[in-house]
Design a binder for this molecule. Structure first.
Ligand code: PBG
Length: 328
């Protein structure tokens, strides 16, 4: 046997000889229809414009967000994830559940102009609270879980009334998915889906986003609610809980440093799995490309492919538009 092998080597390279052959046998493909483009929308039009930490990404006005959604739609990107930058912040993040809040206005405008675009709203308080934490604080200055869940429910309902297709709680409070699901159902929003940020880690890679959204905590960090990067089993427990509570899609975030979690979740659960290719992952790649240290286009392809290979169906990425344009 060994002699046969030595004389007649097995030749996997046969299937790599040409672009056509490689295409034919490719195991995993990225499709534009699985991408979600995050959109930042500012209530104050003077806050609109480029974002220093996310080259190529902008803070939009409501009308700018509609234009962007239209361009995305034409490119085949049919899902957007909205982040609002409000004019006012307070301790309870009350501009978040204002029926005329920035996300509510934007959702209505996009759904009016482009009914087929899937509008997803991130549900969290950090952009809306004056202290920048994802929930409201108790007398000891800690994030109060159950009081925060009540606020998230209020916000999710107001987004549903504004016509979003999906709410995406990103706060990591316990029990919020179940609470949001039952409140939506009670108001006959049983068709509004929940994309849960289920395994969201306390990560250094959110830095550029916090500058974009003005949502950095004014004291402390998010480690009492976001997950410890060292924990894998706990991620599976969080995902299982969210599915039990009614999540339709579960998400792992960030993406690149946590592909082992994506794979483990894919092997265990039967709901769609999303990854969030976060701001720091985008910024690293853009910075290296701007310096001429890596080739941007092929690096993006490789990164997005790694998500599909790990088992994700849905990819939230700041590269969605650029990737879709390059595909044209
Ligand atoms: C809100 C939220 C954050 C991100 C998505 N939703 C920031 C955070 O948790 O601090 C990060 C997205 C990114 O970095 O691209 N809680």
């Amino acid at each position: 046997m060994i002699e046969t092998l030595l004389r007649r080597p097995i030749r996997p390279r046969r299937l790599r000889r040409s672009a056509g052959m490689r295409d034919l046998v490719r195991e995993h493909r990225v499709t534009v229809s699985q991408l979600i483009q995050p959109l930042f929308v500012a209530a104050d039009p003077s806050a609109a414009g480029p974002i220093r930490t996310l080259p190529g990404i902008e803070r939009h006005t409501v009308q700018g967000a509609v234009r962007e959604a239209r361009e995305l739609h034409a490119l085949g990107v049919r899902a957007v994830l909205l982040f609002g930058i409000p004019q006012f912040k307070d301790a309870a993040g009350s501009s978040n559940f204002d029926p005329d809040g920035i996300v509510q206005q934007t959702a209505r405008a996009i759904k009016d102009a482009l009914p087929e675009t899937i509008v997803i709203a991130d549900v969290c308080n950090c952009e809306y609270t004056d202290h920048g934490h994802c929930g409201i604080l108790n007398a000891r200055g800690e994030v109060d879980n159950d009081a925060t869940v009540d606020l998230l429910v209020r916000t999710a309902l107001s987004y549903a009334r504004a016509g979003v297709d999906v709410v995406a709680p990103s706060d990591m409070m316990d029990g919020r998915v179940g609470a949001i699901r039952s409140a939506l159902d009670d108001e006959r929003f049983e068709d509004v889906a929940i994309l849960a940020y289920s395994a969201k880690y306390a990560s250094a890679f959110y830095g550029p986003f916090r500058e974009a959204a003005g949502s950095a905590p004014s004291f402390g960090d998010r480690r009492t609610y976001q997950m410890d990067p060292a924990n894998a089993r706990e991620a599976l427990r969080e995902i299982a809980l969210d599915i039990e509570e009614g999540a339709d899609i579960v998400m792992v975030k960030p993406a690149l440093p946590y592909l082992d979690i994506v794979r483990a979740a894919r092997d265990r659960f039967n709901v769609p799995i999303a990854v969030y290719n976060v701001s720091g992952e985008y910024a690293m790649l853009k910075a290296a490309a701007a310096n001429g240290w890596i080739d941007e286009r092929s690096a993006i392809e490789e990164v997005l492919t790694s998500f599909v290979r790990a088992g994700a169906e849905v990819i939230v990425t700041y590269f969605a538009k650029a990737y879709a344009s390059a595909r044209r």
